[in-house]
Design a protein around this ligand. Structure first.
Ligand SMILES: Nc1ncnc2c1ncn2[C@@H]1O[C@H](COP(=O)(O)OP(=O)(O)OP(=O)(O)O)[C@@H](O)[C@H]1O
Ligand SMILES: [Mg+2]
Length: 272
């Protein structure tokens, strides 16, 4: 994906007018750099020195047992959780710097969670236009057009006027994705976006995510969906007890892990 230009994505679709200035650094630099990130809750060290570099257009899939620190790491990436030490960079911007505005970071690094957190009293379209109006300062009409085009991108053009209660879990999750995409982020984070959904609804969300992969979106994805990991991941990182045990392309990690711990983990999820 290194041949992507700065103003259009690989589908040739025009991104926001500020796309040319928001892409910093050279194309060969990693877009996201995580350097020796540590985080403790009380006596428990949850992240024990995480180092990770993610290139523009890459899809990093994080896997690991429950409690290994996957969500904490994602949350550190967009400042929902503050690191104790270490540094995170998005291009040349230090995300973790005290003078970096967390809200600016969250526009650049969109996040989709397991729990679908739409405003219940607003339509799908309004859920998206809200941020565009308030944060981006778009006019009513601009926001509406942008929201509708993002809804179309996730296959929900016909649900713009529906309220969350009228949508399936998968549709709600896709509205959440559209809302994050509307901010024109550099990176999208997904924390188990399908784990609350039954298989059929999971598939429609996974298809949208696969579409983003094809568009060249840089993504960090925590998921148990090994089909997505196999088909979509550039790299898989296996975390255990707050440390990176092993990282590699999906074929190698699945077929030929170097570490016994990794092998055991993949065997355990295969048997699930
Ligand atoms: N806000 C918090 N306060 C205290 N402890 C926390 C907090 N958030 C996470 N932890 C602890 O940090 C550890 C790592 O949690 P985290 O949610 O990052 O794991 P995870 O890998 O995402 O697990 P899961 O697969 O179950 O989602 C756990 O022991 C958890 O209890
Ligand atoms: Mg988690």
């Amino acid at each position: 994906m290194s041949d992507r230009t700065e103003t259009t994505d690989s589908t040739g679709r025009e991104r926001g007018a500020d796309a040319s200035t928001s892409a910093r650094g050279t194309e060969t630099d990693p877009l996201l750099r995580i350097e020796d990130v540590r985080k403790s809750y009380g006596d428990e060290e949850v992240l024990r020195g995480i180092d990770l570099e993610i290139d523009r257009g890459d899809v990093e899939v994080l896997v690991g047992p429950s409690g290994s620190g996957k969500s904490t790491l994602l949350r550190c990436l967009n400042r929902l959780t503050e690191v104790d030490s270490g540094h995170i960079y998005l291009g040349e911007t230090e995300v973790t710097a005290s003078d970096t505005d967390p809200n600016a970071v969250r526009q650049q690094i969109g996040m989709v969670f397991q729990d679908i957190n739409l405003f219940a009293h607003l339509t799908a379209r309004k859920n998206i236009t809200l941020g565009l109006r308030k944060v981006r300062g778009l006019s009513k009409e601009e926001a509406r057009q942008r929201a509708d085009s993002e809804l179309e991108r996730v296959g929900l053009a016909d649900q713009a006027d529906s309220y969350p209660a009228q949508l399936s879990g998968g549709q709600k999750q896709r509205v959440g994705i559209a809302r994050a995409l509307a901010m024109d982020p550099e990176v999208m984070l997904f924390d188990e976006p399908t784990s609350a959904l039954d298989p059929e609804l999971s598939n429609e969300v996974l298809e949208v995510m696969q579409g983003l992969v094809a568009e060249g979106m840089t993504m960090v994805v925590v998921t148990h969906e090994m089909r997505f990991a196999r088909g979509g991941a550039s790299e898989i990182t296996f975390l255990a007890e707050g440390e990176i045990v092993e990282r590699g392309p999906p074929e190698r990690l699945f077929e030929n892990p170097e570490r016994e711990r990794t092998k055991r983990f993949f065997e355990s999820i295969r048997h699930e």
